[in-house]
Design a binder for this molecule. Sequence first.
Ligand code: AMP
Ligand code: MG
Length: 391
Amino acid sequence: MISVSDARDALLQLTREMEIEHVPLAQAAGRVLAQEVSARRDQPPFSASAMDGYAVKAAEVELHAMFQVIGEAAAGHSFDGELRPGQAVRIFTGAPVPRGADFVVIQEDVDRKKELITILSDPGPSSNIRPRGGDFHSGDSLAAPRILRPADLALLASMNIAEVPVRRRPIVALISTGDELVMPGGIPGPDQIIASNTFGLKAMLEDFGAEARILPIAADTEAALRMAFSLTAGADLVVTIGGASVGDHDLVAKVAGDLGMDRSFYKVAMRPGKPLMAGRLGGTPMVGLPGNPVSAMVCGHVFLWPMIQTMLGFRQPAPKIMTARLSHEISANGPRQHYMRAEISAAGDLTVFSNQDSSLLSVLSTANALVIRPPNDPAHAPGDMLSYIEI
Ligand code: AMP
Ligand code: MG
């Protein structure tokens, strides 16, 4: 049995970065930027008015000063001339500031009579001009790797980047195993249950940035498992669910071994999720998750997340570990690292659920945190700070 951190290291050893592909900006949301990209222009590309008003010379701005309006500049339509002393150009937000002007008096501070304006309120110190390149300059860059958020896409667009280099989404093949499993919507026999964590894991993997494919459920026979493995061609990661412990019907290790799996480890000192195995099968990393729904999902957070991160180009991915105040007593932990289902209230108080059975999806669904208890962590009292990850 190896520690959680050794298991994580071994899993990262198995994974490699996906190649780079170029996608149109409109399809790049949530993708991982693979290479630094640089602005193709200054933004704004000219000094621009930030307000509707009148462009004048700053040196001439004072209460009761008068100017003659000689033309207009609107967004997309610059004033084609140069401002001389005593002159003003009617200007609108986003318009280029005319040559010779270096101040915009907002229209609210001005009285206009025909082509004559008079400043009637103190315009204050702000020139109301956005300088050329005030947002970014040509050549300024967005660093990679980075998950592209909506604001990043707006930034890339204004940099005039139409196609973005991103990491290909890793393809994950999900194999559920067990004679007792039926797909949701199917008609279960009296001794059957519905395959559940398969769908939780698919959603989780997609949330992590992967593309997950659910393969047909494999029955608990060697032939069925071999057939399932044969359907994984093209996957970047194969994940089996169930059949990984040491029962008579737990055949994943046996069949994967027969198919030539190069095993990196089997069994991790954690709760839930002890019967986790991993290795390389025909050059593709393979992870065998325990079947218990909560175990499989917890292993997804703890192990599949850093694998997918690595595949997407993040080096040494570290989960965001936070701390919160415990609201009640909890007893000492045993010798395995324990990921306890818990709830953080809006006020930040932490409640660890009393029933930690690894089959209870209702508890997992209520939980919004996994409290991380190191091996042999002592008992805790209300007010103690505990570490957790958000789920
Ligand atoms: P196993 O690891 O195959 O011994 O499975 C452990 C427990 O998890 C058993 O109660 C299985 O019925 C259950 N189980 C296995 N796979 C799934 C699945 N995909 N969805 C829901 N429960 C499962
Ligand atoms: Mg099974």
